[in-house]
Design a binder for this molecule. Sequence first.
Ligand SMILES: [Zn+2]
Length: 279
Amino acid sequence: MFKRILLTLVLLFSSGHTFAYDSNALNFSSINITRSLNYDAQKANISPKVVATIVRVFSWKIDFNRDLQKGDRFIIVGNKKTNPTAIIYLGAKERIAVFSYTDKRGRTGYYDINGKSLYPSFLRAPLKYDRISSKFQRSRFHPVLKTWRPHRAVDYAAKRGAPVYSVASGVIQHRKRMGALGNAVYIKHGSNYVTVYAHLSSFARGLRASSKVRKGQVIGYVGSTGRSTGPHLHYELRYKGIRKNPLTYQLPKQKNVARVDLWRFKNKAGKILNSLNNH
Ligand SMILES: [Zn+2]
């Protein structure tokens, strides 16, 4: 249904039309990607603030460097200067629609048609472990190298072969043997977060670089490959390339539209999609 609506939308849509909605008129603007989001947004008279919102909201689903292609488009519904009512991405491979919602504390965010934010929630730990064998620390005596060096990760002692899970939905960046890390998997979550899982005995079947993974999906099994003294998982959490302490770092939590507002929210979202379709 949704797919059909949007396909029709691609065929019918041209910018600058106005549609009746709840007695207010909604404006629809379109950013057609020819060169880059910034360039094409400016051409379409979409404010930098809205462009920043698009990047912030959609970077959980779209890699703006890799996935965005000529011919993709963004439909901006409503205000194209500050907070649009809805933003719809129409890509070659994927179509994603988000709708604005202001919570009772006055914060406006964007949610999918089911009322969920696009950013994922994260598991607290990527496996069922026996104990933490090494914490995140500035300096520790390395058991193999016999020198003091930082350990910007958490080591979880666990049984060889214990399954290791992706802590959140994301895309596999690397899945290969990597020197001291042994068999390692790097997973990208949105544009800013990367998690690293190292010393694996083996990888889960069917996964390769650029595979999508879900939260809780098995990506490999605990082992002792690379520079390691016994079976454990070396786990890193990186934000904008900087390794953070996975045990204390405050990860974003997935947000939902408040239950009391959900029916109204879904109704509004459905109307917006329909008005696009019916035009
Ligand atoms: Zn480690």
